[in-house]
Design a protein around this ligand. Structure first.
Ligand code: 4H4
Length: 237
C-alpha cells in the first residue's frame, strides 16, 4: 500500500506514521507514505495556498489550483488511478468497514484540508471519498489522515504480527471487544475472572462473546441493534 498524502505539513505526516508498528511496516515494505507539500505547487509567487471566500464570511479557504496541481503531480508518479479521500467534517463517518475496504487498494491519495476547508470545485474534480473521523472540526486534516493510515494499515496482512492480530478487535465481529486481563492474577485485590484461568477454550470463547454482547449493549446500543439485525438477516438466509 502506498499512501500519497496531500498536505501543508508533510513532517507531521512522516513523523506520525514513522513510529512503532507503522515504522516496522514501512521497513518491511508493506506500506509506504509519500507526503507531498501542497505549498510546493502553488503558482502564487508569495507561496500562498489560501484566500478569502466569495460571499464573505470568516476564515480562509484553500484554493483549487495548488491542490489540483499537487494531485496531478502524484498522478504522474503512478500508473494507478487511486481513490482520493478528502478528510472533512462533512464526510461520511469513517468506520472499520471503510478501513477494510480501503486496505484492498494498492494506493490511496489522502487530501488534508486546512482553514475552513477547500474550494468546492477541486473537491468535485478529484475527490472520490469524503470521510470524517468524527463530528468536530480540527485545525487540519493531518491528524485525520494519520487515523485513516493507521486503521487501514492494521488491515494489511503482515503489518500486525500474530501477537497483535486484528482478528479479535472491536468491530471485527460487529461487537466491542470483551474485557482483557494480564498478569498478575490478583491486582489491588481484583481477581482475573476464573473462567479465563480454566484452560477451557470453548468456555472462554463463550464467556468472551457474552461479555462483548453485554459491553456493546451497554455502551453502543446503536451498534448492538445493527449486530442483531445482521444476525437476523444471516439466520433468514
Ligand atoms: C475541512 C475544516 C473541512 C472544515 C476542515 C471543513 C476533519 C474531521 C476535520 C481541517 C479541515 C479539518 N477531517 N474529520 N472532523 N468547511 N478537518 O475537522 O467542510 O466544514 O476529518 S468544512
Amino acid at each position: 500500500m502506498i499512501f500519497h498524502v496531500m498536505t501543508l505539513f508533510p513532517e507531521m505526516i512522516l513523523q506520525g506514521a514513522g513510529q512503532s508498528i507503522l515504522k516496522r511496516a514501512m521497513e518491511k515494505g508493506l506500506i509506504s507514505v509519500d507526503a507531498v507539500n501542497i505549498r510546493d505547487y502553488t503558482d502564487n509567487k508569495h507561496g500562498r495556498v489560501d484566500d478569502y471566500t466569495y460571499g464573505g464570511g470568516a476564515g480562509m479557504l484553500m484554493q483549487a489550483q495548488p491542490v489540483y496541481d499537487t494531485y496531478r503531480a502524484i498522478r504522474e508518479k503512478t500508473d494507478k488511478d487511486p481513490k482520493v479521500i478528502y478528510l472533512s467534517p462533512q464526510g461520511r463517518l469513517f468506520s472499520h468497514k471503510d478501513a477494510q475496504k480501503f486496505a484492498l487498494e494498492d494506493e490511496l491519495i489522502l487530501l488534508c484540508g486546512h482553514y475552513e476547508g477547500i474550494d468546492e470545485r477541486v473537491i468535485e474534480e478529484i475527490v472520490t471519498d469524503e470521510v470524517s473521523i468524527g463530528d468536530y472540526v480540527l485545525t487540519g486534516g493531518e491528524l485525520a489522515a494519520l487515523v485513516v493510515i493507521d486503521a487501514v494499515s492494521r488491515m494489511i496482512p503482515g503489518v500486525l504480527g500474530n501477537d497483535d492480530s486484528a482478528k479479535g478487535d472491536s468491530f471485527q465481529n460487529g461487537l466491542l471487544e470483551y474485557p482483557q486481563y494480564s498478569r498478575p492474577e490478583v491486582w489491588r485485590g481484583k481477581r482475573v475472572p476464573e473462567i479465563l484461568l480454566s484452560g477451557d477454550h470453548a468456555k472462554v470463547d463463550e464467556w468472551r462473546l457474552e461479555q462483548s454482547r453485554l459491553r456493546t449493549m451497554q455502551r453502543r446500543p446503536d451498534l448492538y441493534q445493527k449486530y442483531l439485525d445482521d444476525e437476523d438477516a444471516c439466520n433468514r438466509q
